[in-house]
Design a protein around this ligand. Structure first.
Ligand SMILES: [Zn+2]
Ligand SMILES: [Zn+2]
Length: 227
């Protein structure tokens, strides 16, 4: 396919993979995102080392009551144009977007202690049936392969289809997740939970609490974007 044609298709949002082009600006690039777009997404921003909330190195919330997870590593702050790629990956089944989506996160992980295994944030089977896949599993598989870290996709399971967290207050979110997850086997000493977007962090906090109670010593959270 000529590059002009694939550019037009990509602009139209067709499900064509722009070979040899950056997914965002469609300029020639060996990597899925070119160095200019990556630099643009990676604007240095002071964030809490514990929860990755923009602001001081340790935010007030984490200083007062540290979350059950130990650190959050996010590829980019959530927002366009990256959020459009996430949307296409999740809702338009453009699974090959795993490469450009994981590239900023992989760049932030170069100086990070790698965990013993990756655990995708689970999705209840009824929701997976509806969507056809769990995006966190696809992302964990891609990241695990890139970094040589095993993926334990079934370690945590979702017991019920929880109501959507969106629009719920903090307390209601926690209540909504009570007893929502369970473990299917022994936990490693150090693991990373993988999700596409981290918003309030209630879900990963509930998972980290469960994992720590079972003996896990260190829980990282890896997400493509932090809202
Ligand atoms: Zn680009
Ligand atoms: Zn914090």
């Amino acid at each position: 396919m000529t590059s002009a044609f694939s550019r037009i298709l990509a602009r139209l949002g067709a499900q064509a993979k722009p070979e040899g082009l950056c997914w965002l600006c469609l300029e020639p690039s060996a990597l899925p995102l070119c160095s200019c777009c990556l630099a643009d997404l990676h604007r240095p921003q002071s964030r809490c080392r514990r929860c990755a909330e923009p602001g001081p190195a340790l935010c007030r919330q984490c200083a007062r009551q540290p979350p059950p997870f130990d650190e959050v590593h996010a590829g980019v702050p959530y927002g366009p144009p990256f959020s459009h790629l996430i949307h296409r990956f999740k809702y338009q089944r453009q699974w090959w977007l795993d490469a450009p989506l994981c590239q900023p996160l992989l760049a932030t992980l170069t100086a990070v202690d790698l965990p013993d295994c990756l655990v995708p944030v689970p999705m209840h089977w009824s929701r997976r049936l509806w969507r056809g896949f769990n995006q966190s599993v696809l992302l964990a598989n891609y990241l695990g392969k890139a970094l040589g870290v095993p993926v334990a996709a079934g370690l945590v399971q979702s017991n019920r289809a929880t109501a959507h967290q969106q629009g719920l207050g903090k307390r209601a979110r926690r209540q909504n997740l009570k007893g929502a997850f369970s473990l299917t086997g022994p936990v490693p000493r150090h693991l990373a939970l993988v999700d596409d977007v981290m918003t309030t962090g209630t879900t990963v906090a509930a998972l980290a609490q469960l994992l720590k109670a079972a003996g896990c010593e260190r829980v990282q959270v890896w997400c493509l974007a932090r809202a």
